[in-house]
Design a binder for this molecule. Structure first.
Ligand code: BGC
Length: 347
């Protein structure tokens, strides 16, 4: 991305900030949507490539796209019919996805401008983002102050730390929505990428991708990624859940759901030798295999993205938690601090 400043008609400045660590890894992040617009990491020969899908120009992120690189909130993923009842009060959230609420609504955290401050931390260069969401925004109760810090760590991790506080009881579930292609963004599909997810269970969904409530064992299904397996190995199998998701678009119940930072997934791409490890404090991981029709979105350097050309590993709470008392709670009350940390580390 050449230009790193866009001035909107109302004077709002959209900017891109660059973090670079001692090993030369580089992350570029926009104050618009807290979007990671590029991430350059070396292959086994030390050659750097940008490994996240997106656009060349900052303005292009203002048009419709599937949340490339974005910070998602207030509630990542779906809430059936967008209805939430908190302390006996009913709230209607925006229904922006087949009658359901998805990724915070029409103007989610991926489409707002955050205040941004660069900083050098002991861990590496960092960018602090802050956004105050007004009471009632997209239907959510409470004024919510959200802070997200991106740090490009000395040990080659992109660390994302989230905190939030509210003045009324509300719900929250923040995540990061990069589409990774460890070969190079735009270098074909990700079906040969190998993946492990440390999860013995996943959440089956209905036709509109709402969890049914069943917590199903992955063993013996195409959802078993407990051992390193190519993403494409079973994606075309006859399996109702793969039909509903048009591929993988499900939440895995992480074995580590202890709320301490734990390794939860590994992605390996053999032609480049790149390896990414994901760590999180979140209880769930949405693995989305980027199941869009080829050429619909993209892309950098004028390359249209084929279907399944990027994979998302969105560390988060389970979808539709407000309707499932048995799922870990996503309720945030005044005086409490929500926090979540996710790291994507490269080797
Ligand atoms: C969802 C997909 C959706 C995509 C883009 C993913 O997190 O699971 O269903 O199409 O985001 O919004």
């Amino acid at each position: 991305m050449k230009e790193s400043l866009v001035v909107m008609s109302d004077g709002t400045e959209l900017r891109v900030y660059t973090l670079r660590n001692a090993d030369g890894l580089e992350a570029r992040i926009a104050n618009y949507g807290g979007i990671l617009v590029s991430l350059k990491v070396p292959d086994r020969d030390g050659k750097f490539s940008d490994i996240v899908l997106g656009f060349d120009k900052l303005e292009e992120y203002l048009k419709e796209h599937p949340c490339f690189g974005a910070t998602i909130g207030r509630y990542a993923n779906r809430i059936a019919a967008g209805d939430v009842c908190l302390d006996g009060v009913a709230y209607q959230l925006t229904r922006n996805n087949e009658g359901n609420h998805l990724h915070g609504g029409l103007m989610g955290f991926d489409k707002v401008v955050w205040t941004a401050k660069e900083r050098q931390s002991a861990d590496g260069p960092a960018l602090d983002l802050r956004y105050v969401s007004r009471d009632g925004e997209e239907g959510y109760p409470g004024t919510l102050t959200a802070e997200v810090t991106y740090t490009l760590t000395n040990d080659n991790g992109l660390k994302i730390e989230y905190t939030a506080a509210t003045d009324k009881t509300t719900i929250i579930n923040l995540t990061h929505h990069s589409y990774f292609n460890l070969r190079d963004a735009g270098a074909g599909d990700i079906l040969a990428h190998e993946l492990t997810i440390d999860a013995d269970y996943f959440l089956p969904v209905d036709l509109s991708s709402i969890p049914t409530g069943e917590v199903r064992a992955v063993k013996g299904t195409p959802f078993d990624f407990t051992k390193l397996t190519p993403i494409g190995a079973r994606i075309a199998q006859e399996d109702l859940q793969l039909v509903y998701g048009n591929g993988y678009n499900h939440n895995w119940v992480l074995n580590s759901a202890r709320r301490t930072l734990a390794p939860v997934a590994v992605v390996h791409e053999s032609s480049s030798g790149r390896m990414m490890e994901a760590f999180t404090t979140a209880p769930g991981l949405q693995f989305f295999s980027g199941n869009f029709p080829g050429g619909r979105f993209g892309g950098k350097l004028g390359k249209p993205y084929p279907s399944r050309s990027g994979l998302c590993l969105e560390a988060q709470h389970y979808p539709d938690s407000p309707h499932h008392a048995e799922f870990p709670s996503t309720i945030l009350r005044p005086g409490e601090i929500y926090s979540q940390t996710t790291i994507y580390r490269f080797r």
